[in-house]
Design a protein around this ligand. Structure first.
Ligand SMILES: [Zn+2]
Length: 342
């Protein structure tokens, strides 16, 4: 009965106002008011507490499985994204992170998602009539679905794989799977040939572990260059072998890693523009909860210590920091960015 009433009310409302007289003037008004170019409102750095040398968290996830602390349940992964979204976190890529070209809204805090091990529950395809689409129950499927409802959250993520066809199996060919990721804006990285413990490797073995993935990825995605790596088990090579990451070569592939992430939990998420950032020992937080320095612990920590967070001014071409914090920036930042203190 109430349905009938509302329908009747709606009908009478639309019929009392002739369509032609309402539509025509609004269109003309809209045209004239949108034409002039309006200057964007200046960003109030003080009010937003802009701080572009503050911490940026890099989250280490694996699959969507009931096996904490390395894997995450579906509902917990959605819970993570919801909390992040509601507390001003926005996804960025490893490329944005390393170049500092962080293009998120003023007042927001960048965050990175990384997924290790090339698991089918991280990403896999399902067959459709015309081809393939992402399996909605995988981490990337859940991220795509969350971002469809919250487009400004973003869908950036990087996935770290091995040198074999098992990455993200079984549906589709390896090329179908890796191409889907690249075409949808995701990044691929190196997680070693055999999930080796780099601490235990000599120079030749280390070169092969890294190089085999470069050879493999190029065979599937010709020309795709790997520039990010996650250490299996978080184990870094001996210090005298670290130079392999930027000087080693294997079967004609020259290594040029801009960043290598350790395993979480680790502390002090200095961003790449900070003096104390170590690009071959970049920290990550374990995408889990319950332990000190897991993801949920850090999310609470930054709610209580907001002055430590990176907070964007909304302009990727500037670096805006409170007076006194500019001393934390590494040299050369002003070559590429306009420096602003307030
Ligand atoms: Zn791993």
């Amino acid at each position: 009965m109430s349905e009938a009433e509302t329908t009747a009310a709606a009908t009478s409302a639309t019929t009392t106002v002739p369509e032609t007289t309402t539509e025509a003037p609004t269109e003309t008004e809209a045209e004239t008011t949108t034409e002039p170019v309006t200057e964007p409102e200046p960003v109030d750095y003080e009010a937003l507490k802009v701080n572009e040398q503050g911490h940026i968290m890099v989250v280490m996830y694996h699959g969507i499985l009931d096996n904490p602390p390395y894997h995450r349940l579906k509902e917990d992964f959605i819970k993570d994204m919801t909390f992040m979204y509601e507390h001003g976190y926005r996804l960025i890529s490893v490329d944005d992170y390393m170049t500092g070209q962080i293009d998120i809204e003023a007042g927001m805090t960048p965050i990175l998602f990384t997924f290790d091990d090339g698991l089918a529950s991280t990403f896999s395809l399902i067959e459709t009539d015309g081809g393939y689409e992402v399996n909605p129950e995988t981490a990337i499927g859940l991220l795509e679905s969350f971002a469809a409802d919250h487009p400004d959250f973003g869908t950036e993520a990087s996935l770290y794989i091995h040198a074999n066809d098992d990455n993200f199996r079984d549906v589709g060919t390896p090329a179908d799977r890796l191409n889907w990721l690249i075409e949808h804006g995701y990044e691929l990285g190196n997680h070693s040939n055999t999930h080796a413990n780099f601490k235990k490797l000599g120079r030749d073995s280390l070169i092969k572990e890294i190089g085999a993935v470069e050879v493999y990825v190029d065979s599937v995605l010709p020309g795709y260059k790997l520039t990010a790596l996650t250490y299996p088990f978080g184990a870094r090579p001996d210090s005298e072998l670290l130079s392999v990451l930027n000087g080693g070569s294997y079967q004609g592939f020259e290594f040029d890693y801009r960043v290598a992430f350790r395993e979480g939990p680790s502390a002090q998420f200095y961003p790449p523009n900070h003096k104390k950032f170590n690009y071959l020992n970049a920290p990550r937080v374990r995408g889990s909860e319950g332990d000190i320095q897991d993801l949920l612990w850090f999310l609470d920590y930054y709610e209580e210590n907001p002055s430590q967070k990176y907070i964007s001014d909304g302009d990727p071409n500037t670096v805006v920091v409170p007076v006194g914090k500019e001393d934390n920036l590494r040299e050369g930042i002003s070559d590429n960015f306009e420096m602003i203190t307030y």
